[in-house]
Write a protein that binds this ligand. Structure first.
Ligand code: CO8
Length: 264
């Protein structure tokens, strides 16, 4: 990576399709400053281009923290035009994350606030630990969530809950985050990563092109009318008809064995 605060690796040799991106800026609770933002951008571009990547976990290597949001110390010295340009790259970086061709899982252990939660909201799936805290505290700083929070949170949990959380800036714990629909599962402290690995492995075994097409069909279909969305589904389905993996899937079924997919 081009930044010390973002580290990209494969989970292991046997799980080489599973990419782990670790946020690693312990001194600032993983706050996103210019340097980390460059690292994130670069990492997402790397994953975007990697045909052997099947699923990505977005984690933190800092204990008790996922990400404390935008770097408020760096922000303090910025003039408005610099803030605007920083937030604009933050936005496009999170859009890059959201539009990665492979599934992404945010692993939230500890605090995910402001831009940190907005980054997790740009992932496909979120897993947290019971002792996590999530919130969009921006109105308390006299700004609004500016990196997708006002748009992605209501799409996830509905308008009313999103409005309450954004207007009050209230922080919610792991269990509440599950019942509100912000995260899918809540694990005992320290164990969110294991739940995430379990899900990542399940995805990693599936036809890689199929998973990519499913993500595309869901994401792009959500933004358009039903008739166009169903046409899009058909287009995505058609792209899989002439793949070797589709024939391998049928052969494995007939031979009562696990399929071995190669992504072609
Ligand atoms: N930026 C910079 N430094 C930070 C940040 C941050 N967001 N959060 C923590 N730090 C630093 C602290 O200043 C401290 O540094 P130092 O040791 O030099 O004093 C160090 O990290 C450790 O922090 P604490 O001592 O506070 O550790 P605690 O465990 O007591 O608390 C918290 C951790 C809960 C994370 C606490 O630090 C906190 O509340 N931080 C601020 C969280 C916040 O408000 N985040 C939202 C930021 S706004 C945002 O993300 C908007 C993005 C969208 C862009 C729109 C803008 C226009």
């Amino acid at each position: 990576s081009i930044s010390d605060s973002v580290k990209l690796r494969r989970l292991s040799d046997s799980d080489s399709g599973i990419i782990v991106l670790n946020l690693d800026r312990p001194g600032a609770k993983n706050a996103i400053g210019k340097d980390m933002l460059k690292g994130l951008q670069h990492s997402f571009e790397t994953v975007n281009r990697d045909p052997s990547a099947n699923v990505m976990m977005l984690c933190s290597s800092v204990p008790k923290v996922f990400c404390a949001g935008a770097d408020l110390k760096e922000r303090k010295t910025m003039i408005p035009s610099e803030v605007r340009s920083f937030v604009s790259s933050l936005r496009s970086t999170f859009t890059l994350l959201e539009e990665l061709p492979i599934p992404t899982i945010a692993v939230i252990e500890g605090v995910a606030l402001g831009g940190g939660l907005e980054m997790a909201l740009s992932c496909d799936i979120r897993i947290c630990a019971e002792d996590s805290t999530m919130g969009l505290p921006e109105t308390g700083l006299a700004i609004i969530p500016g990196a997708g929070g006002t748009q992605r949170l209501p799409r996830l949990v509905g308008k009313s809950i999103a409005k309450e959380l954004i207007f009050t800036g209230r922080r919610v714990g792991g269990r509440d985050a599950v019942s509100l629909g912000i995260v899918s599962y809540c694990s005992p402290p320290g164990e969110a990563q294991f739940k995430a690995i379990e899900i990542a492995r399940e995805i990693n075994e599936k036809g890689p092109l199929a998973v990519r097409m499913a993500k595309r069909a869901i994401n792009e279909g959500f933004e358009i009318d039903m008739a166009s969305a169903l046409a899009l589904e058909e287009e995505c389905y058609d792209k899989l008809l002439n793949t070797k993996d589709r024939l391998e899937g049928l052969a494995a079924f007939a031979e009562k064995r696990k399929p071995r997919y190669n992504g072609d």
